[in-house]
Design a protein around this ligand. Structure first.
Ligand code: 5AD
Ligand code: SF4
Length: 465
């Protein structure tokens, strides 16, 4: 029997793309291998957001070369952002790669793998790809990723995503709703809506003519600025799906965080009290050079309004350390901001040069050692804050959705998440998976909580167990 193994690098979008690739391969009669060495097809789903991610890919590819030398029948496929961006350059560097395809060409995998296929590479722009429905083979039943949009039009000056994932495209609301309804019928209770900038969901045609300069088909010029519906409206529709218990979403761009989204988060009972709101830097001059289109004060005002409207909101953020021209004062402003915001989670990275991006041409690129030092200080500060925030949950009773067995494998223990998105491990029977529990938090670990089941809410109220 044909078998495959997928190695996924990068973000949740890539994780979900890998679930779709696994779905396609299983439909073609492939079986998933536990071990890389046993797979007839190894697929590397790549990330190019930072140089380090790219290095990881090339080192994994080097190891596969050795494997292929021992067993030449192994097929190697490369997908994701590096495949999209580098295209044939990957094949020149690694001629032993059999198949390569881009982010909009996932659906072509079966054709590329067919015996005698005349095509090895597929990275072309695929009109209407956002409407394709590719059944995913999902990691978890209870919680699922659902794409609501693809691509990004923001062109932050450091970021490669608009080049690798292309222009922003939204899926039709009816397709999204149908997918979630089907997921709920098979046991899903929580969805995480995925998009590079979910707050601008819904645009069918671009509002700005500058879009055209970036190479989009002329046909899209009709009805410029037309929308399916906006993100808060989409949330309302999803909130009305019977059987679904929770809704999360990533990522929100601060410039597009609207009052109506704040209202939706405050009023829709299934929308969790958590937001990922990347700040990047607290210095206005750095933000301007990043092309983020908000000031630090704008960010704090919006976050303040959100925190006023949504009680006990969990906030996570992204920070870039050592952006070109970042002064010591700029950096201190970011540290102070982190101290004041007190995030529940943070993804901090040192600035990394990316091909095609505008920031390459900025002056004041910092040496690696300076970037390392700043990154270290950010992570050190954040570790302390996060631990304080975790410990502050001890003694509280939280609503937890039981997602599955505890990852440690300890029998009789379950893992789930609070509404804020914090992981909780607790003793419980497997039948409870997929249900909401009331769990008393008894201990804070480094990145998770330990709890004790108290009771289980049902439709008529709360039932003690
Ligand atoms: N260097 C460092 N960090 C980056 N990010 C995106 N591009 C770069 C880069 N060139 C970070 C940003 C973004 C997150 C997904 O990755 O913080 O929000
Ligand atoms: Fe990259 Fe900015 Fe788009 Fe996020 S919003 S994907 S950081 S360009």
């Amino acid at each position: 029997m044909k078998s495959f193994k997928i190695l996924t690098f990068g973000c949740q979008m890539n994780e979900h793309d890998s679930e779709k690739l696994a779905g396609l391969l299983k439909a073609e009669g492939y079986r998933e291998s536990e071990r890389l060495e046993d797979a007839g097809l190894v697929l590397l789903n790549t990330c190019s957001i930072r140089e380090k991610a790219e290095q990881k890919f090339y080192s994994a590819l080097g190891k596969l070369r050795e494997l292929k030398e021992l067993n030449p029948s192994i097929k190697i496929a490369v997908s994701g952002c590096i495949a999209q961006q580098e295209g044939n350059a990957v094949l020149r560097r690694a001629p032993y790669v059999d198949v390569l395809f881009g982010n909009q060409n996932i659906g072509n995998l079966p054709a590329l793998l067919k015996e005698g296929a005349d095509m090895r590479v597929s990275t072309e722009f695929a009109e209407g790809y956002e409407h394709a429905v590719i059944p995913a083979s999902r990691e978890s039943v209870v919680t699922s990723f659902v794409n609501i949009m693809y691509g990004c039009d923001n062109f932050c000056s450091y970021c490669v995503v608009p080049f690798t994932r292309g222009r922003e495209r939204s899926r039709r609301p009816e397709d999204i709703i149908r997918e979630i309804e089907e997921l709920v019928n098979s046991g899903c209770r929580e969805v995480t809506l995925l998009g590079q900038n979910v707050n601008s969901y819904g645009i069918i045609t671009p509002p700005s003519p500058s879009y055209l300069k970036r190479g989009t088909e002329g046909a899209l010029l009709k009805n410029i600025g037309e929308r399916y519906c906006d993100f808060p409206e989409l949330l309302r529709m999803i909130n009305a799906i019977d059987g679904l218990l929770r809704i999360r979403f990533v990522t929100s761009h601060p410039k597009d965080l609207s009052d109506s989204l704040i209202d939706a988060m405050a009023t829709l009972p299934k929308v969790c009290n958590a937001i990922h709101l990347p700040l990047q830097s607290a210095s206005d001059s750095v933000l301007a050079r990043m092309n983020r289109k908000y000031t630090f004060a704008d960010y704090m005002n919006k976050l303040g309004a959100l925190r006023d409207a949504v009680p006990d909101l969990a906030v996570s953020t992204d920070i870039i350390a050592g952006f070109p021209g970042e002064t010591e004062d700029d950096f201190q402003a970011t540290l102070l901001a982190l101290e004041n915001i007190r995030c529940d989670g943070i993804f901090a990275f040192k600035y990394s040069r990316r091909p095609n991006t505008a920031a390459l041409k900025l002056s004041g690129h910092l040496p690696e050692s300076a970037k390392d030092e700043r990154l270290y200080k950010i992570l050190e500060l954040q570790d302390r804050i996060m631990q304080e925030k975790i410990n502050a949950r001890v003694g509280m009773v939280e609503e937890v959705l039981a997602e599955g067995p505890d990852k440690s494998g300890e029998p009789g223990r379950l893992a789930g998440k609070t509404r804020q998105g914090k992981i909780v491990n607790f003793e419980g029977k497997p039948e409870l998976v997929g249900q909401l529990m009331q769990v008393k938090i008894i201990e804070g670990k480094k990145h998770s909580l330990i709890g004790e089941l108290t009771c289980r809410p049902d439709r008529s109220g709360v039932t003690h167990i």
